[in-house]
Design a protein around this ligand. Structure first.
Ligand SMILES: [Zn+2]
Length: 271
């Protein structure tokens, strides 16, 4: 069954159970759970029970589990003649034309685009037009090792879910910083949160990236606790928004962005 397989195995599982279904997702990160998470979302979108998790027993769920649902469509890059893989623009055009056609059986039609980050800019711009005005019944799920390779315009149309590398460890100082932020958010004390954010002034990009990773893991863990009925102190909806900000910070860390800018973004989003 989906729900039981899924909740234990996936770091970001809790981030989607309990929330509403969006029309476009990017699932990124080094975590191994990207495809499983995509399958879970897809099953939820087609499940005829219409709950917040796929029921696992209806005809649509059973077809989805067997990989046979006609309304769950996997798109993969084509292998090139000289090795390497890419998405031909005409393939993405075909996908977008297909997306305008009603689902075959379910109430939604789900497109799962694997390795979306290797799409050329031209491909992404074709897809963007559909993401901007998606037919009501479509759900797009883009899988990407690194979502920073996707155009900002595409990213802005999608809900970001992140599967952190579950096995990565972080330093003691990062752990302390992460605990500080999570408890400041949970306390609802804006002054404490502002003070905490100011204390990050001057943090190196490397430390900020490590901190973002740890915070993403904690958001996912918190959401898992919420989903299991143990209140982690922060609502899942909020955790989802926080995770999106932390992922943005991670992207910033790759560029020449000052800690001041990062703190500004955290202030704007968290306070
Ligand atoms: Zn079902």
């Amino acid at each position: 069954m989906y729900s039981s397989d899924f909740s234990g195995a996936l770091p970001a599982a809790g981030l989607v159970s309990g929330g509403k279904l969006f029309q476009a997702y990017i699932i990124s990160g080094a975590g191994s759970g990207k495809t499983a998470l995509a399958n879970h979302l897809a099953a939820r979108a087609v499940c005829s029970e219409g709950g917040q998790t796929p029921c696992g027993v209806c005809r649509d769920c059973r077809k989805a589990a067997a990989g046979l649902h006609p309304d769950i469509i996997f798109i993969s890059p084509e292998a090139g003649e000289k090795g390497g893989a890419s998405y031909p623009v005409k393939e993405i055009r075909r996908l977008c034309a297909d997306a305008a056609v009603m689902p075959n059986e379910a109430k939604h039609k789900v497109y799962i685009i694997t390795d979306a980050s290797i799409m050329s800019e031209a491909c992404q711009n074709v897809l963007l037009k559909t993401l901007e005005e998606p037919p009501k019944f479509t759900v797009f799920i883009l899988l990407a090792e690194n979502s920073a390779n996707l155009l900002p315009t595409v990213r802005s149309r999608c809900t970001s879910l992140y599967t952190p590398d579950e096995n990565a460890a972080c330093s003691e100082s990062t752990e302390k910083l992460a605990s500080g932020l999570m408890s400041a958010v949970a306390s609802g004390d804006r002054v404490a949160l502002a003070e905490y954010l100011f204390s990050l002034e001057g943090i190196s990009k490397q430390d900020a990236a490590e901190l973002s990773d740890e915070l993403l893991r904690r958001c996912a863990a918190g959401a898992r606790e919420n989903a299991a009925g143990k209140n982690c102190g922060i609502p899942s909806e909020r955790l989802l928004k926080m995770a999106a900000v932390f992922e943005e910070i991670k992207t910033y860390c790759k560029f020449n962005v000052s800690s001041g800018h990062m703190i500004g973004l955290l202030m704007a989003e968290l306070l």
